[in-house]
Design a protein around this ligand. Structure first.
Ligand code: ADP
Ligand code: MG
Length: 301
């Protein structure tokens, strides 16, 4: 693990996890060590992707952070307060993995319920509910009971309720799950907007492309253990010695070629001289999927 990138954030992280472990014990089944000695520090204003395959321990971590289950060992703090203290959740927006709501309430009624739980006044709730329904493209559903909602609408309302009290920290468990491409784009934009406002977002996913697009850093968890923490920009661009060139020739054919850094200038000049249209020059680096699969395959060896 590149430990320096874990410490590059402010020393007083907004989310601080130290030696966190969880073993599930059930009467009939064997013990399950779902989380083993997790250390993680998330700084203010960071968007952090918690990436791992199914069963890796992502939801377990998030359930501990949100006070739903207790760790077996270790500690976790939000903004300096231990997660077992309910007060640390006043400034938190949380989206569970499979949100389930009271389906006889309308979207507006549900947001009012959440707003009141956070001590907001009715007039502020009214204004804020309109705003967040707009952000999640749910205005049309404001007065509809949730029982008629599609999976994607439920997911978007789940995100809307995290915003109602304008918290500083967001924890989302698989926020893009169940969304169509339009919904996914909406949620990615929402997370980018939160980042622009200086908010902190910690979210779990198994989809590398989502992390690549919106995260500052990524932590990879496999079989309950954190295997790597890195800046996404370090992984995705990386050091590259090769470039992929796309040149369109006069007859319409497109030639794709990988050229070395040394040859790049000459190839570009040649393409120009041949009157070819240089359509793309892309550095060939590792993408996040390669990085992720390398880690997972190493664990499974
Ligand atoms: N309540 C539970 N009782 C027993 N085992 C559990 C429980 N919840 C999760 N697990 C197990 O813990 C491991 C991690 O699960 P989870 O944190 O849900 O993974 P992820 O969210 O990364 O898919 C899995 O092996 C899962 O089966
Ligand atoms: Mg999960």
């Amino acid at each position: 693990m590149t430990s320096d990138s874990n410490c590059a954030v402010e020393s007083s992280g907004l989310i601080e996890i130290t030696g966190l472990s969880k073993t599930y014990r059930s009467k009939k089944l064997a013990l399950v060590e779902a989380l083993k000695n997790l250390d993680l520090l998330i700084g203010k204003g960071e968007v952090f992707g918690f990436l791992g395959p199914n069963g890796a321990g992502k939801s377990t971590t998030i359930k501990i952070l949100t006070g739903q289950i207790r760790q077996t060992a270790g500690s976790a703090q939000l903004a300096g307060q231990t997660v077992s203290d309910y007060r640390c959740r006043r400034d938190l927006g949380y989206l569970p993995e499979n949100p389930v709501f009271y389906d006889y309430l309308t979207a507006t009624e549900y947001l009012a319920f959440v707003g009141r739980a956070f001590g907001m006044s009715d007039s502020v709730i009214r204004q804020r509910a309109g705003e967040v329904l707009g952000l999640l493209d749910l205005q049309h559903a404001a007065k509809r009971p949730m029982r008629g909602f599609s999976k994607g609408m439920v997911q978007r309302l789940g995100l809307a309720q995290t915003l109602i009290h304008d918290p500083q920290v967001f924890i989302f468990d698989e926020p893009m799950s169940g969304l169509d491409p339009v919904g996914r784009a909406l949620v990615k934009q929402l997370i980018k907007d939160l980042k622009r406002q200086g908010k902190t977002v910690f979210f779990s996913t198994h989809i590398t492309a989502d992390v690549e697009e919106i995260c500052d850093r990524v932590g990879v968890i496999v079989q309950g253990q954190l295997r790597a923490v890195d800046k996404v920009s370090d992984i995705v661009i990386g050091d590259t010695d090769n470039y992929r060139l796309h040149v369109r020739h006069g007859d319409g054919s497109v030639i794709e070629e990988i050229v070395s850094r040394n040859m790049l200038k000459q190839k570009v000049v040649n393409a120009w001289a041949d009157q070819g249209a240089l359509e793309k020059v892309v550095p060939v680096g590792r993408n996040l999927e390669d990085y992720f699969l390398d880690i997972v395959n190493n664990v499974n060896k």
